[in-house]
Ligand binder design. Structure first.
Ligand code: HEM
Length: 181
């Protein structure tokens, strides 16, 4: 039987965008990086957990390049998951700094537009963040919120990663608009 990807269906495919804006920490300053990127989302089937939870799964890979020098400066892999029974939407992700998280939230649909909103917090027993000892001590991720809006040929997202770095709290933000490649 064909799998119903529900609110995740519109993600599937390859998306490209060149209007990304990253705000990142520097020791005594803020770095602003305009970027372009490709995100590939693939249908990854379903899984059963403890014989009672069924999750529908989309796998993704995000490759982000600085406009100033074409360098890949962010590489992220992860999964979006949807529990059709409860409506819960989850995003798990890993970034190659020694940081992973599982964020939870929901999907809302308006016409042909779907919005997925998820959040995670360091120490949250439900939706948490895991980091290496170095990152815990020097560049800790305290919280993460991510909102992605998907319509048939346009995808946009807005995310906030709250960091504890260089002795201060820092709002590390990323936003972007992509189109189906
Ligand atoms: C489009 C997405 C993202 C881009 C383009 C991006 C880019 C950057 C950049 C340029 C820095 C500064 C690095 C440096 O100065 O050496 C940084 C730092 C950091 N980012 Fe991101 N980031 C993104 C998403 C994320 C996400 C989703 C997380 C975690 C959930 C994250 C966690 C961190 C952490 C912990 C640091 C501090 C490391 C440091 O500055 O030394 N980032 N990011």
């Amino acid at each position: 039987m064909d799998i119903d990807y529900g609110p995740l269906a519109g993600l599937i495919g390859t998306w490209k965008g060149s209007r990304g804006l990253d705000v990142s920490p520097e020791p005594d300053d803020t770095e602003i990086n305009p970027y372009y990127e490709t995100i590939t989302f693939e249908a990854a089937g379903d899984v059963d957990n403890a014989e009672s939870q069924k999750l529908i799964v989309v796998r993704y890979h995000q490759v982000v390049q600085r406009k100033s020098n074409d360098e890949v400066f962010h590489d992220q892999v992860g999964h979006w998951m949807w529990d059709s029974k409860t409506g819960v939407v989850m995003q798990s992700l890993s970034i190659p700094r020694g940081v992973c998280l599982v964020a939870g939230g929901e999907a809302t649909t308006e016409g042909d537009t779907v919005t997925l909103s998820v959040a995670a917090k360091l120490g949250d027993p439900d939706w948490g963040i895991v980091e290496s000892p170095f990152m815990r001590d020097n560049a800790s991720t305290l919280a993460y919120t991510h909102k992605i809006i998907i319509s048939p040929d346009r995808l946009s997202y807005d995310q906030l990663t709250l960091l504890d770095i260089y002795g201060r709290r820092f709002d590390h933000t990323d936003k972007s608009v992509l189109n189906k490649a």
